[in-house]
Design a protein around this ligand. Structure first.
Ligand SMILES: Cc1cc2nc3c(=O)[nH]c(=O)nc-3n(C[C@H](O)[C@H](O)[C@H](O)COP(=O)(O)OP(=O)(O)OC[C@H]3O[C@@H](n4cnc5c(N)ncnc54)[C@H](O)[C@@H]3O)c2cc1C
Length: 479
């Protein structure tokens, strides 16, 4: 329960800023981000609408509701929205992301089956129950470092690359020893546990890589190597976002990590590894959380664009009006599609499941809509934003009065104007904002493949029926 209690010094191995970090709480990048993640646990304490009482009278987070109806999904969405608003959608992989999938894992997990040594179905049920009971923060790692796209994982291993993916180095009676790496794991340094698995695409010879498993973060020989920080310390007024929400990403190294049998969900079975993401229910249910969070972030950047246009006196220009209308149309379409995904869902066994085609349409469109909002913010704010001094100058006796009188307009005071422009600068021009943009573009998978998959799965039967009828009528008319 490290994340909830804020005690990250539990023996986990974290590398950051050229060092191995001994005391995570003394690092501002860690303490700031941890505080934002913990807002979820504060909501649990202070907001009764985030919890429910289970059959044993225990208070459980609504994130772990197993949806049986569209109303259940709507209730879960309202919790996702509350959590996302705590970071204006800037933290993407908060506890609710994986919880959305783990809530339903036990109902799908019979597909994981068992073999002569391990009962994967039982492992999945026990684990998801533990996560819900203790309200743990689980982070996930999927993607392998793509060092040579022309070669398979086993081929790379045979050539001596031991870190192209995570593989079984040794099989023991009580578990497996794993070696390898995973390319990116957002918020890994802060999590209680990790879920590690593969995307589909392993071939029959890659059976050593065919794995899905969970681990506590402080397991021996797991090395978490963080990317460079985008945090801007100093006066919060200068960087209201970049000084608040650096969602650290990390590279994971498995330097001979022991994973006990009871933590394994797939082991050595390529078919089950390839099917894991979709058949475990994780893909669709985490997508629901992800698109709700994306909609909240779009709400935020749309409001920044509109606020800028109003406060900078741009709303009389027709071109600006059209741009703003375009942004609010985008936002409304996304909001509507999230609701549509809930009300046009279907039962999968015992679980009510959102409409994945609709969620993927949201995912695909959000990458463009987010960019469109950023482009508008950059255009409205650019000249004004680059001329904003650091905030302390508004208190510098030499120049404060001149700054205040020259930057105050009939629409906004100099300080309010500077704050709004600093928000715009952080989200468009800081390293922080650029990482956020990259996140929106790629975190949910390669946008090209999302579109290709969407087209292949789309039900066009109604359209095809109309074509058939029109052509039949045309043929009849010729005769
Ligand atoms: C900020 C951020 C956070 C992330 N967090 C996590 C996380 O917490 N956990 C996790 O598991 N993953 C995470 N991811 C990884 C994410 O799952 C991958 O980034 C995503 O799946 C895309 O893979 P990629 O980045 O390797 O890009 P690629 O798939 O390599 O794409 C790069 C470019 O190459 C093109 N391309 C690639 N393959 C082909 C092809 N066959 N044909 C034609 N063009 C191609 C693409 O169109 C694209 O333009 C994160 C990613 C980002 C950016």
């Amino acid at each position: 329960m490290t994340t909830k209690n804020g005690k990250l010094n539990d023996g986990r191995t974290i590398y950051f800023d050229g060092r191995k970090i001994e005391d995570l709480s003394s690092e501002i990048t860690f303490s700031k981000t941890l505080e934002v993640i913990q807002r979820y646990y504060k909501l649990r304490e202070n907001d009764p609408s985030v919890s429910f009482t289970d059959d044993n009278g225990k208070s459980i987070s609504k994130l772990f509701i197993k949806p049986r109806t569209s109303e259940d999904l709507i209730e879960k969405r309202q919790v996702y929205e509350k959590i996302a608003r705590e970071s204006c959608g800037m933290l993407g992989r908060t506890p609710d992301f994986m919880d959305a999938g783990l809530a339903v894992l036990s109902e799908y997990a019979s597909v994981l089956g068992s073999d002569s040594r391990r009962d994967y179905f039982e492992n999945a049920k026990n684990w998801s129950k533990m996560v819900a009971a203790e309200d743990l923060f689980v982070s996930h790692a999927i993607q392998n470092p793509q060092v040579d796209r022309s070669k398979g994982l086993q081929e790379l291993l045979a050539e001596g690359n031991e870190f192209a993916g995570v593989w079984i180095k040794e099989e023991r009676e009580d578990g497996v020893v794993l070696r390898g790496s995973k390319q990116v794991n957002t918020l890994a340094p802060f999590a209680d546990q990790l879920l590690v698995f593969n995307l589909p695409g392993l071939s029959a010879v890659d059976d050593k890589f065919a794995l899905a498993f969970w681990l506590p973060l402080n397991v021996e020989s797991l090395k978490v190597v963080c990317r460079k920080s985008t945090l801007r310390t100093g006066d919060l007024r200068d960087h209201p976002l970049a000084n608040s929400f650096d969602e650290l990403d990390a590279f994971l190294i498995f330097d001979d990590v022991f994973v006990p049998n009871e933590n394994l969900l797939v082991c050595g079975n390529v078919e089950k590894s390839n099917a894991f993401f979709e058949e475990s229910g994780l893909f669709v249910h985490t997508a629901h959380q992800d698109e709700v969070r994306g909609a909240v972030k779009l709400e935020f950047v749309t409001a920044i664009a509109v606020g800028l246009a109003e406060k900078l006196g741009l709303t009389e220009f027709l071109r600006v009006q059209e741009m703003l209308g375009s942004l609010t149309v985008n936002l409304e379409l996304i909001r509507a599609a999230v609701v549509a995904s809930e009300v046009t869902g279907h039962m999968e066994g015992t679980i009510y499941t959102p409409n994945m085609q609709t969620l993927l349409a949201v995912r695909s469109s959000l990458t463009k809509y987010y960019d469109e909002a950023l482009a508008a913010i950059a255009e409205f704010s650019s000249g004004s934003a680059v001329g904003i001094p650091d905030f302390k100058q508004f208190e510098n006796a030499d120049i404060a009065d001149i700054l205040k009188s020259s930057l105050t307009s009939s629409l906004v005071s100099a300080e309010e104007r500077a704050l709004l422009l600093n928000l715009a600068w952080d989200v468009t021009s800081e390293a922080f904002g650029q990482r956020q943009r990259t996140y929106e573009l790629l975190h949910g998978g390669n946008p090209m493949f999302i579109k290709i998959g969407h087209w292949r799965s789309e039900d066009l039967s109604a359209g095809n029926e109309m074509i058939t009828k029109v052509l039949e009528d045309a043929k009849k008319a010729k005769n």
